[in-house]
Design a protein around this ligand. Structure first.
Ligand code: ATP
Ligand code: MG
Length: 358
C-alpha cells in the first residue's frame, strides 16, 4: 500500500502541439479510491498510464509510497493495471489466467494457487476456476481481469474504464462490487472513467479533467455542492447544471421576468448555474421564466422537462435548453409554455468571461 503523488506532471505525444496532460498536481492518500473523470480526450488514460509507467513523463515527478518512480520501468513500480480490453488467455483456465503473472515472476505453484484461491473467493469466482474464459459471461470475465490484478497484491491499482464492456445493469452491480472490494483490500486505486455517475458513486474523491488540465478534485458531494467553474458545474450531475448567460442590471441578473441578485464582483453579464432540481413550476401572474416544452424524459421515479427559451430574449443557456426536474406525474404537452422560478438560494454564479465561480 502506498500514497501516490503527481508533482506537476506533463505529457506530450510526439508531434502534438499541445500537452495531453498539463502540469498535473495530485496527492492521493494511502488506500484512497480516486476517480479521474472527464470527456473523451481530456487526458485520463495518459495520466493513468504515466503512473503505471506505460507513458513517459515530459516534466514533473511521480512518487509511489514516497519513492520517485518517474524513470522506473512498469514492472519495478508494483502497480497492477486493469484495462477496458482485459484480453484473457483463451486457452488457459480462469485459475491459470489469474495466476499467470505470479508464476512468471517465479512464485511456486502452491503459493500461486493459494493467492488465486483467496482472490477467487473474494470475487465469487471459486466455482469457475477451471473454466476457460470463452465460457464465462462478460461480468465474470471482468472479475477474472480484476482477479489477475488482485493476486499480485500491488501497491496501486490502475483501472482504465474496466466496466465499459458491460451492459448497463451489470455495470451498476459491478461498480458496487469493485468499490466494496477496494475498501476491503485497502489498496490505493486510481480509476478512470468518462461516466460521471460512475465517478460520483465510486470515488472517495473525484478529479475532473478537461483538455489535459485538472479542474477540481474533491469528494463527490463537494463537487456537486461547490463546483469551482462552469465546466465542473455542467459536467457533474445528470442532466448537468443549467448554465444561463444573462445580463446584470442594477445588481441583479435578469432572466425572463425574474431578477436574481448577484455577487458584487459580477460584471455586465454573468453565468447563472441552476440545477434541474432547483426550479419550481408556477402559475400565471408571478415573475417567472417562460420556456416552451421541447421534450419530456420520463425515467420512472422522476421526469425531466427540457424547454427552449422564447426567441429574442437577452438570456440563453449554454446547451440551448433548460433542463428541469418535474413531478413524474405532471401532464404536459410538447410546445406548451411553462413558467418557472428558480430557488434563489440554490443559484450559483460564474464569471461570464472566465467561467470561474464568483
Ligand atoms: N498514442 C497517441 N499519440 C498521439 N496522441 C495521443 C495518443 N494517445 C492519446 N493521444 C491524445 O492525447 C490526448 C489525451 O488522450 P487520452 O487517451 O489520455 O484521453 P482520455 O481522457 O483517456 O480519453 P477517452 O475517454 O476517449 O479514453 C487526446 O487529445 C488524444 O488524442
Ligand atoms: Mg482513455
Amino acid at each position: 500500500m502506498a500514497a501516490v503523488h503527481y508533482a506537476g506532471v506533463s505529457h506530450r505525444y510526439p508531434g502534438a502541439d499541445s500537452l495531453a496532460v498539463d502540469s498535473l498536481e495530485l496527492d492521493i492518500a494511502d488506500g484512497e479510491f480516486i476517480v479521474l473523470v472527464g470527456p473523451s480526450g481530456c487526458g485520463k488514460s495518459t495520466s493513468l498510464r504515466m503512473l503505471a509507467g506505460l507513458e513517459s513523463v515530459e516534466s514533473g515527478r511521480i512518487d509511489i509510497g514516497g519513492v520517485d518512480v518517474t524513470s522506473l520501468a512498469p514492472r519495478e513500480r508494483d502497480v497492477a493495471m486493469v484495462f477496458q480490453n482485459y484480453a484473457l488467455y483463451p486457452n488457459m483456465t480462469v485459475g491459470d489466467n489469474m495466476g499467470f503473472a505470479l508464476r512468471n515472476a517465479g512464485m511456486s505453484k502452491a503459493d500461486t494457487a493459494a493467492r488465486v484461491l483467496e482472490a477467487a473467493k473474494m470475487l465469487e469466482l471459486e466455482p469457475l476456476l477451471n473454466r476457460k474464459p470463452g465460457k464465462l459471461s462478460g461480468g465474470q470475465r471482468q472479475r477474472v481481469a480484476m482477479g489477475r490484478a488482485i493476486v499480485r497484491q500491488p501497491k496501486v491499482f490502475c483501472m482504465d474504464e474496466p466496466l465499459s464492456n458491460l451492459d448497463a445493469k451489470l455495470r451498476v452491480s459491478t461498480r458496487a462490487q469493485i468499490a466494496g472490494l477496494q475498501k476491503r483490500l485497502g489498496t490505493t486505486t486510481v480509476y478512470v472513467t468518462h461516466d460521471q455517475v460512475e465517478a460520483m458513486t465510486m470515488g472517495d474523491r473525484v478529479a475532473v479533467l478537461e483538455a489535459g488540465k485538472l479542474q477540481q478534485i474533491a469528494s463527490p458531494r463537494e463537487l456537486y455542492d461547490n463546483p469551482v467553474n462552469t465546466f465542473v458545474a455542467g459536467f457533474i450531475g445528470s442532466p448537468g447544471m443549467n448554465l444561463i448567460d444573462a445580463p446584470v442590471v442594477d445588481g441583479a441578473a435578469v432572466v425572463g421576468n425574474v431578477r436574481i441578485p448577484v455577487p458584487a464582483n459580477a460584471e455586465a453579464r454573468v453565468v447563472l448555474g441552476i440545477r434541474p432540481e432547483s426550479w419550481s413550476l408556477v402559475g400565471d401572474g408571478v415573475g417567472s421564466v417562460s420556456v416552451a416544452v421541447e421534450l419530456i424524459e420520463e425515467l420512472g421515479a422522476e421526469s425531466f422537462l427540457y424547454g427552449v427559451p422564447p426567441r429574442g430574449t437577452d438570456w440563453s443557456t449554454q446547451s440551448g435548453r433548460l433542463a428541469v426536474r418535474v413531478d413524474r406525474k405532471l401532464e404536459i404537452g410538447l410546445a406548451e409554455t411553462v413558467r418557472l422560478v428558480p430557488k434563489f438560494d440554490e443559484v450559483f454564479f460564474f464569471s461570464a468571461a472566465t467561467g470561474q465561480r464568483l
